[in-house]
Design a protein around this ligand. Structure first.
Ligand code: URA
Length: 263
């Protein structure tokens, strides 16, 4: 996007817009090596080289956000795999250093957000902001209502209870079924391990949404840039410090007389 030359100089903190306009009029500003004096000249702040009074105006750092529809059999990693497997970095070609926000397992497919904005990525992954991730999970067997309730309350993993989540049967497929799960935290192999904990092995796993982002119209292996509106919606999700829930103090259990042991 092209913007006015005086704004580029002012946004870089080198001068006020008015001052920058004066420099332009005085012939003290160059764009790609050429003096520019025409009022209202527009430049591309990402690609044009602007010098004001001989000084290079730092290029705007545009944050990059992309949504990748990750296929199975791709590793979510920035570096090369020692076993030579394909990685998500093989699928994207963007003029910025982006990295994945969290990870999807090698055999999981679906919505993987990637960005150059480390601070926002960190917040999006912080369970306290409760950014939802939605999964379509094909499991062996068909969980009954009691099992679904157990899953929705959060299942203990590594001796720690996991956060409550939304879960429902999306459709039955022969002896197996697809579950729709909406979760607000992402532990390692989270979905697989909670399903294993209730004895329903995961056969296939796909993340359909990350926050409000969905994969509509995005073929497997393809990616798209987020719109400013989508970026705003991600920022909004983590803009407020969530209110700490009051810890509910449990009443001390008082043993009934009958069960009290005599000393
Ligand atoms: N949960 C898993 O078990 N695997 C994933 O890739 C994502 C969530």
């Amino acid at each position: 996007m092209k913007i006015r030359l005086q704004k580029v100089i002012a946004d870089a903190g080198l001068a006020s817009r008015r001052e920058a306009e004066r420099w332009i009029a005085e012939g003290r500003v160059k764009v790609n090596g050429n003096v520019v004096t025409k009022p209202g000249t527009c430049v591309d702040p990402l690609s044009d080289e602007v010098r004001a009074r001989g000084k290079l105006v730092p290029r705007a750092q545009e944050r990059v956000f992309i949504l990748l529809n990750k296929p199975a059999d791709y590793l979510t990693t920035m570096g090369a795999d020692e076993r030579g497997r394909k990685t998500v970095m093989d699928l994207i070609k963007v003029p910025a250093r982006v990295f994945p926000v969290g990870r999807l397992d090698y055999n999981t497919q679906g919505a993987l957000l990637m960005t150059s904005d480390g601070a926002l990525a960190k917040k999006l992954l912080d369970p306290k902001y409760r950014v939802p991730r939605t999964y379509l999970v094909k499991v062996r067997g068909i969980p009954d209502d009691k099992t679904l309730r157990r899953l929705s309350r959060g299942v203990a993993l590594d001796n720690q209870s996991t956060a409550p989540l939304g879960v429902e049967v999306d459709r039955v497929s022969g002896k197996n079924c697809f579950l729709k799960m909406k979760m607000f935290e992402g532990k390692n192999r989270h979905v697989k391990r909670i399903c294993e904990a209730v004895r329903h092995e995961v056969i296939r796993l796909k993340r359909t949404h990350f926050g409000n982002l969905n994969l509509n119209g995005l073929p497997l292996g393809a990616y798209r840039f987020l719109s400013p509106r989508e970026i705003k919606s991600l920022e909004l999700m983590v803009s407020k410090e969530p209110v700490e829930k009051k810890t509910v103090r449990r009443r001390p259990v008082i043993k009934s007389k009958r069960t009290q042991t005599k000393r």
